[in-house]
Design a protein around this ligand. Structure first.
Ligand code: ATP
Ligand code: CA
Ligand code: CA
Length: 395
């Protein structure tokens, strides 16, 4: 299939950064030192360590071909535990990020100026972040850890590590390693970044330019999603818990990132979910697919996790002039069997001075409830209201 992003080869402006990052991660993850129980002190914001990487190598670092840099690990023991909790195999992790395959750089998908790198196997995303975002993450880390440990189905971003690279004579680059929500054997046909706000929430692309790589937004959404009852209830419950967590740690401006796979080919076996052959015209056997899902639900634990591989039906809707979605009735030709991927991303923005100013400024021009920048409590409520409008119980 088509791969997102541009592979970073020698000569690329971020080639050295990539090398440093790979060296650093290999060092951090491979560092001997046994796993032990977490202590309160492991969460201390001062729990961070600089390591020097001279090109000629040192007692603890290997020789390398880029200029000297320093490498910082934030709360390494906590992230060790998080990787374990998220079932990340260390060998896989290292191989994905530090293996011979270079990383791919995504052409800045967000407005914030962060850079995004994807591992060749699509498992991990590395995002450069601001100092303030690292602060927010480290500050929320005890709550975050407690939350994701308690709720295995939590939809909030899975963080695997936070680091900083400082090349000699160059600026610090801070970044986080997280899970790629769209790592799947199913092709993602549509992707939406949804906040529950409406002001400015459309893609800037014209219709003909929109494809599988386009991140669409709230006002572009022309589907509602029908989920089997138990999943529907579980989803609402989990979104509520996740929003309460985000509210409690003072976060706003996050999104539900949603990927849609239209399931056209259902010659899948009954034992597993086999990938779509991507022939968008053949839609003959929807019943079979649907039965298969039911089968899984009825006779064994579903193969599906909340937000991952989730079978659903997407109903085409019309949009009104405002942000309201209007269900178009139940014409079966407008309902597609889909597989959903979703999670809550971009959870490192607190309601700081800039966001308060943005709110004040934009409220002068438009309805203040349509602006993305609102306080965490309001944000959470609006976000959940939105979720309740776009997901429905299937009958
Ligand atoms: P802004 O603050 O302007 O919204 P940002 O630079 O903070 O943008 P994000 O909102 O974190 O960026 O992400 C931008 C886009 O990158 C998302 O809309 C999504 O398409 C993609 N993306 C981010 N995180 C993930 C993830 N964990 N898995 C898959 N795709 C992701
Ligand atoms: Ca965002
Ligand atoms: Ca952001």
């Amino acid at each position: 299939g088509k791969k997102l992003g541009q592979t970073i080869l020698k000569g690329h402006k971020n080639y050295d950064l990539m090398l440093n990052l790979q060296l650093g991660i290999r060092y951090s993850v491979g560092k001997p030192g046994s796993m032990r129980e977490l202590r309160a002190a492991d969460f201390d914001p001062r729990e961070k360590f600089w390591t020097r990487f001279p090109p000629e190598g040192s007692k603890i670092t290997p020789p390398h071909h880029s200029i000297e840099f320093r490498w910082k690990d934030y709360c390494p023991m906590v992230f060790r535990h998080l990787r374990k909790l998220f079932n990340v195999d260390l060998a896989d992790y290292m191989l994905a990020i530090c293996g011979n395959d270079a990383l791919r750089e995504l052409s800045s998908p967000g407005k914030s100026g962060s850079a995004f790198y994807l591992t060749q196997d699509d498992l991990f995303i590395i995002k450069t972040v601001k100092k303030s975002e690292v602060k927010v993450l480290i500050r929320m880390l005890p709550n975050y850890y407690r939350h994701v440990r308690r709720y295995k189905n939590s939809l909030v971003t899975k963080f695997y590590g936070v680091h900083c690279v400082k090349p000699i004579g160059g600026p610090k680059v801070r970044f986080i390693v997280m899970g790629n929500l769209f790592c799947s054997k199913y092709h993602i046909h549509r992707r939406f970044d949804l906040k529950g706000s409406s002001h400015g929430r459309t893609t800037d692309k014209v219709e003909e330019e929109i494809d599988e790589m386009t991140t669409l937004k709230d006002l572009d959404l022309n589907y509602v999603f029908r989920l089997q009852k138990s999943w529907y209830l579980e989803l609402l419950e989990q979104i509520k818990r996740d929003c309460e967590f985000l509210e409690a740690v003072g976060i706003m401006d996050y999104s539900l990132l949603l990927g849609l796979h239209f399931h056209y080919d259902v010659s899948a076996s009954w034992t597993g979910l086999s990938p779509c052959s991507a022939s968008p015209s053949k839609c003959s056997n929807l019943k079979c697919w649907y039965l298969m899902c039911q089968h899984n639900f009825l006779f064994r634990k579903p193969l599906i996790r909340l937000g991952l591989n989730m079978p659903a039906r997407a109903e085409h809707t019309a949009r009104s002039e405002s942000d309201a979605l209007l269900a178009s009735g139940t014409q079966s030709d407008k309902i597609h069997d889909v597989i959903l991927y979703f999670g809550i991303i971009d959870i490192l923005q607190d309601y700081d001075v800039t966001k308060k100013l943005e709110h004040a400024y934009k409220s002068l021009k438009v309805d203040s409830n349509s602006i993305s920048a609102v306080d965490p409590k309001l944000y959470s409520r609006r976000f959940q209201d939105f979720i309740r409008r776009i997901f429905m119980e299937d009958d």
